[in-house]
Every structure is written in C-alpha cells, then in structure tokens.
Write a protein that binds this ligand. Structure first.
Ligand code: NDP
Ligand code: ZN
Length: 359
C-alpha cells in the first residue's frame, strides 16, 4: 500500500477537499509504462477539479497531470522506452489508435476531452507511481540540459499556451491580444512571439506576470480592472483593433468583452476553462451581425510524444526559456499539498510552483 495525494469532494457544490490516500500500485498493460515522479507541478486545472468540480464528481482520485518522471516498468510491446529512462510526460495522453486521433483530434480520443486522462478518468501524477497509457505514443526522452522542473512546464503550460496561438492562427506581423498572463497565457505570448506576431497586448495585473510577459515578447499591457478590454485595445490601436486574440484567462463573458476589438476576418483561440454559466454570449453587432468573419476556436491541447519532442527542442535550442515561469520551488513529495494551495490562492508573486520529488 502506498501513500499518494488525492482529493475528496465533500458535496456537489463548489466546495472541495484534498487529502492523502493509500492505493495499490497501478498495473502496467502491454503498451503502457509505469513511472516514478522526479518533479511534479500543480495546475489551475487541478484547482478547478477540486474546488469547482470541473470534471464532475470524483472520489479518491489522485490529482495532477504535470510531471517529469523516470520509467520503472514498461509493457512487453513498448519499443522505445526502458526502465531508467527520464521522460517528459504530456498532460494529455491520447489513445493514438483511436478514430478521433486518426481524424486529427487526438485530444478527444474516446470522446470529447477524453485524451485528458490523468486526474480525470484515472489517477493522476501526484503519486509514487504513475501509469502512462500508450507509452511509445505519449512519452518523450528528457533531453540533456532541460532540468526536471522545467520539464514539468512542457507537460501542459507550453503545449496549452502554444495551442492558443495555433487556434488563433497567429501569422507573421499579426497584432495579437492575449487575455490572461498566468503561466498558460505567458506561453501564449511566447507562442505568438515565436510565430511572428508584431505587437502583443497582454492582459493581466500580477506584476510578476507582467514582467514575465515582457520577457516573452509582450509589447503593450492592459489591466482588465481599468475598464473594458476592447475599449483599451481600440485606444492603443487608433481604433483599428487586433488581428488575433488568444484567451487564456477571464470568464465566460470575456468573448463578449473582446469581440469589438477583433478585426473582421480575425480569429479567437480559447484555451481558458469556462467554469460557469450555461451559455457564452456573442455580441451581435460586434460580431458583424453574423457576417463579420470573426472565428472562435476553443480547444484542449493535443498531447502526445511528437509535440513534446518538438517543444523540448525549442528549449534545447535556447529559443524558449522556461525558468521564468517557475516562481516557487519545493523539495520533497510532502510539499505537493502546499504547492497546490498556492495555485489555489494565487499570491501576487506566483506564476507557477514546482515540487522536486527526487534528485
Ligand atoms: P492563472 O489564474 O494563473 O491566470 C489567469 C490570468 O487571467 C491572469 O493573468 C489573470 O490576471 C487574468 N484574469 C483574471 N480575471 C480576468 C478577467 N476578468 N479578465 C481578463 N483577465 C483576467 O491561470 P493559468 O494561466 O494557470 O490557466 C489559465 C486557464 O487555462 C485556466 O482556466 C486553466 O484551467 C486553463 N487551462 C486549459 C488547458 C487546455 O488544454 N485548454 C490546460 C491547462 C489549463 P491577474 O494578473 O489579475 O491574476
Ligand atoms: Zn495543467
């Protein structure tokens, strides 16, 4: 019996509880792998899971989907990984032989959002043993020179933030608005910058995030507390607005708030979790009375090995510095709960906490 972190929701409202639990070691199927964690990081999504019931009722399910690990067992059909390998692990681990993956939507393999398995359909990574499905399709070797804490950022923050830039279809020279500059939005800023955005407007208030946004390529800064976002953007662009918008923070009303400053033919890429409200309102006039060619794309990041390998190459090549995302470091598995609570409370000096479990 092993000690792991889990949560227990006490009732079906926005009230949650985290605690420790003992569970059996997971079994390794023929194409799977079992890892032990080297470093783990809590995510705003864990906060949504515990305190907002984002994935629905779950009892005694181990939390966490961001980690760097060491392989300790592989199934007999696994070809490319062996015990002792240190690996990158994506938060989204699709079943690569599914029809959805063949159609290009790996993140929805097995049903909508079902490529997200850790701490959703099965135990997550905040445990002494981590089960990874389809190891050859989902693991990537940790390159020399990337430290395990940074590797945790490659699990979710980088691929999700970058997916925002993909969904918004950022092109050379585009002027881009990024709403939300927590760790996800910061990686959207970095992604938009790498894709050639000319001007990047960053929306957020935490000074540490604004500093990091500058580092990752933001050129203009907006506080959502200083009035409507669109109004501020229009003012800064002589009434022209922006070509693309990435939404990585805010609320269900954010679409309505920014639509006016999106140029006709513009695209919105949303990676923000919309946790409340039954409908998303699209403002009729600002959306061009239905004829404005203003596209809205919302998506869970794709996950998988190839994406991890490619994103890691950006780090290895010195084109993406992940150290700026990590503001709080802990050593020892027992600190995972403290790190999670930091993520919940979001102190002003926080971007992302990471817990080093093993040297
Ligand atoms: P953070 O809470 O760290 O950051 C949120 C950002 O949004 C902050 O910059 C915050 O500003 C800003 N913000 C808050 N309220 C508003 C508002 N009303 N209008 C505009 N901006 C606002 O979150 P993360 O970066 O960790 O995560 C962002 C989102 O991405 C979460 O919803 C998370 O669940 C989701 N996510 C999605 C994934 C996917 O695959 N699609 C995967 C992982 C996460 P301030 O500086 O004031 O705090
Ligand atoms: Zn995450």
């Amino acid at each position: 019996m092993l000690r792991r972190v889990s949560y227990e929701r006490v009732c079906n409202v926005k009230i949650g509880e985290v605690g420790w639990i003992e569970k059996e070691r997971p079994k390794c199927g023929p194409i799977d792998a079992i890892l032990k964690p080297i470093a783990i990081a809590p995510c705003t999504s864990d906060v949504h899971t515990v305190w907002e019931g984002a994935v629905g009722e779950r009892t005694d399910m181990i939390l966490g989907h961001e980690c760097c690990g060491e392989v300790i067992e592989v199934g007999e059909l696994v070809k490319d990984f062996k015990p002792g390998d240190r690996v990158l692990v994506p938060a989204i681990t699709p079943d690569w032989n599914s029809l959805e993956a063949q159609a290009g939507y790996s993140m929805h393999s097995g049903g909508m959002l079902s490529g997200w398995k850790f701490s959703n359909f099965k135990d997550g990574v905040f445990g002494e043993f981590i089960h990874v499905n389809d190891a050859d399709g989902n693991l990537a070797l940790l390159p020399n020179g990337i430290e395990p804490e940074e590797a945790c950022m490659l699990s979710d923050m980088v691929p999700t933030g970058f997916h925002g830039a993909e969904l918004a279809d950022v092109q050379f020279g585009d002027e881009v608005l990024v709403v939300g500059i927590g760790p996800v939005g910061l990686m959207s800023v970095a992604g938009a910058n790498l894709r050639g955005a000319s001007r990047i407007f960053a929306v957020g208030t935490r000074p540490v995030c604004i500093e990091a946004a500058k580092f990752y390529g933001a050129t203009d800064f907006i506080s959502y507390k200083n009035g409507p976002i669109a109004e501020q953007v229009l003012k800064l662009t002589d009434g022209n607005g922006v070509d693309k918008i990435i939404i990585a923070g805010g609320t269900v009303d954010t679409f309505a708030e920014v639509m006016e400053c999106l140029k006709p033919g513009g695209k919105i890429g949303n990676v923000n979790y919309l946790g409340s409200g039954d409908y998303i309102k699209i403002p009729r006039i600002e959306w061009g009375v239905g004829m404005g060619h203003k596209e809205i794309n919302g998506g869970l990041m794709p996950g998988g090995r190839l994406r991890m390998e490619k994103l890691a190459k950006l780090v290895s090549a010195g084109k993406l510095d992940l150290s700026k995302l990590i503001t709080h470091r802990f050593e020892g598995f027992e600190y995972v709960e403290e790190a999670l609570m930091l993520m919940k409370d979001k102190p002003r000096d926080l971007i992302k906490p990471v817990v080093r479990v093993e040297k």
